[in-house]
Design a protein around this ligand. Structure first.
Ligand code: ATP
Length: 335
């Protein structure tokens, strides 16, 4: 998508070297650092200046920006979190806050911005785009709920973290012959629980997108127990129910001793997998290329292993559906 010739970012861009800003916003996701590194190095490779804005939109409102050089992003590709830090900003969600953010960018002479973050962060980026800035969004969220892209940065690492937790819990569940309920993150989406539940062989997976029936879950547990199954794992996405509630109901209906593990923030941390490092590198570099080519108002994404530029409105108006076939497969295999 081309940037409109009427706006100030376009006027400053035409063939000139750019002053690019980059920020990370919302929840941190492993692989954000790989994306930052790619923005900086691709930007410098193309002859542009790159400025890092710390603490997301909150830092932008406070003019917290500094130049990034090749060495600024050395030794970060393997690190979780984000060297730019991240934040959530209520102030930025107001029209006054957004005007202030645009003024902050103008005063720093930054007309081109790469926003790395989840759905909310991309909504913020769209607002800046509407105010005349050239903005490219890079989807990074362990929720993997951004429409248009088949994968968001951080998801693969988080899935592997949850699978490792399931494997560990399974050992103790077997030893004590218990039912374990494991609660995952994901806000109102079930991608993380579904993928990790399938990979970890969970007996039941509760996600917000698919109605679940507690009686059926308990019947399955009882059937398994009669067949000699010594443990069971129920994976619950936080958007579907609270793990402690599910455990209490299951114990009440089956009489089986049930324990709960809420994985919480450990799902966000850790060294990114190769998949997330490669995705961060590809999307970060592609965001710079899009801005370099005069584009804006877009989100970079992955489709059939190709990086594509997606219209930001189309991305944000859509809701990414979970793959029901995966859900059905997980149910059949855990019979
Ligand atoms: P995650 O998926 O990890 O939670 P996220 O980017 O969706 O990441 P949010 O807290 O939803 O996280 O959004 C991050 C920030 O983006 C918010 O604190 C706010 O400053 C800004 N933001 C969110 N929604 C909007 C919106 N509708 N308009 C403008 N800015 C927004």
């Amino acid at each position: 998508m081309r940037f409109s010739p009427g706006c100030w970012a376009y006027l400053e861009c035409g063939g000139m070297l750019l002053k690019l800003g980059v920020l990370t916003s919302g929840g941190d996701a492993p692989g954000m650092n790989a994306a930052i590194r790619a923005v900086v190095r691709r930007g410098i490779f193309l002859g542009h200046e790159v400025f890092g804005i710390s603490h997301g939109y909150d830092g932008l409102l406070k003019h917290r920006a500094w130049p990034l050089h090749l060495g600024s992003v050395a030794d970060i590709i393997h690190r979780g979190g984000t060297i730019l830090r991240t934040a959530r900003s209520r102030e930025f969600m107001t029209p006054a806050g957004q005007s202030q953010a645009v003024e902050a960018l103008r005063s720093m002479d930054i007309a081109h911005l790469v926003v790395i973050g989840g759905d909310g962060s991309l909504r913020g980026a769209r607002q800046l785009g509407r105010a005349g800035l050239a903005v490219a969004g890079v989807p990074a969220t362990i929720d993997n709920d951004i429409a248009g892209t088949e994968l968001s940065i951080g998801f693969d690492t988080a899935v592997n973290t949850v699978v490792e937790a399931i494997d560990r819990v399974r050992d103790t569940a077997t030893s004590h012959e218990r039912v374990f309920v494991i609660e995952t993150m994901g806000r109102d989406s079930g991608f993380l629980a579904l993928s990790a539940g399938l990979a970890g062989g969970a007996e039941s997976i509760l996600i917000p997108e698919v109605p679940w029936d507690l009686d059926a879950i308990c019947e399955r547990l009882i059937r398994g127990h009669r067949r000699g199954k010594v443990h069971s794992i129920i994976l619950v996405a936080e958007g579907a129910a609270r793990g402690f509630d599910v455990a209490a109901w299951v114990e009440q209906l089956t009489g089986f001793e049930t324990r709960v593990t809420v994985l919480g923030h450990l799902q966000r941390g850790g060294s990114p997998t190769a998949t997330d490092r490669i995705l961060g590198s590809r999307l970060g570099a592609a965001a710079v290329d899009a801005l370099h080519d005069g584009g804006g108002g877009l989100v970079l994404g992955l489709r059939a292993d190709s990086v594509v530029g997606l219209d930001i409105d189309a991305v944000l108006e859509d809701r990414r559906p979970v793959d029901r076939r995966l859900y059905e497969l997980a149910s059949v295999l855990a019979i």
